[in-house]
Write a protein that binds this ligand. Structure first.
Ligand code: 5RP
Length: 235
């Protein structure tokens, strides 16, 4: 499979460079979700077919299905203690390596897998790098029970923290509520600019009913930025 658009080419550049630059025989890897991670998984499958010996823990059912299709051996965090590197995409990333993730809805498994890894490498196209986070709506995963009440608690917190205009929307696709791999719902918070991601991250997760949010504060150790001409840089 080849990239068909310029943005795809940039994502392909980041995903394939990640395999070349970081993956070594014997590694246990976190396999991210989203279109950039899918290029990474395909490139990993190519490397496995040439003899590379690795195992991966997928961060979504769809990544697991793709990995199985392209021949990447899979394991679980029940079998593996620590992962060497977690590779994943991002919706936005700042210079501190803080990200907004979860545009694809896999934030909870992504966060668990990243937490189990010694290092995290983010793979993004150049459009994802920002000075300040928040233009991309922040995904918040909530349990379905009383999600409306959880949403109101989130709105009160955001108002207290200085986001009185925050616009919260239950994520739907084709008119149907999106359900995550863990059976939860997603509320997208349109905040525009996030002043203090670390504080917001912690406080959101204290709200009963909130399972996880898409702020990954200072998590990326390295960032591979793919460009539309097929080149990349590592930051
Ligand atoms: C999924 C994610 C993705 O990594 C993020 O949405 C980036 O996706 P893409 O590589 O398709 O732009 O967090 O939950």
């Amino acid at each position: 499979m080849r990239p068909t658009t310029e943005q795809d080419l940039a994502k392909w550049a980041a995903g394939t460079a990640a395999v070349d630059a970081y993956v070594k025989d014997g590694m246990q890897l976190g396999l991210g979700s989203g279109t950039t991670s899918r290029w990474f998984v395909r490139a990993l499958g190519d490397a496995v077919s040439r003899g590379l010996d690795v195992v991966g823990v997928p961060t979504s059912t769809s990544t697991g299905e793709l990995a199985a299709e392209v021949g990447v051996p899979l394991t679980t965090l029940a079998e593996v203690d620590r992962l060497d590197i977690a590779f994943d995409g991002a919706d936005e990333i700042d210079v501190q390596g803080t990200m907004i993730k979860g545009g694809g809805g896999s934030l909870l498994w992504e966060r668990i897998v990243t937490d189990a890894a010694h290092r995290m490498v983010a793979m993004v196209d150049a459009s994802k790098t920002v000075e300040r986070l928040g233009a991309f709506p922040l995904p918040i995963e909530v349990v379905p029970f009383a999600w409306q009440s959880t949403g109101r608690s989130v709105a009160r917190l955001l108002s207290r923290l200085g986001y009185p205009e925050a616009d919260l929307r239950l994520r739907k696709r084709d008119g149907k509520t999106v359900v995550t791999d863990s059976g939860n719902y997603l509320i997208d918070a349109h905040l525009r600019v996030i002043e203090d991601p670390l504080a917001l991250d912690g406080q959101l997760n204290w709200i009963p009913g909130v399972v996880e949010n898409g702020l990954f504060s200072g998590v990326a150790d390295e960032v591979i930025i793919g460009h539309q001409d097929g080149t990349h840089q590592i930051r």
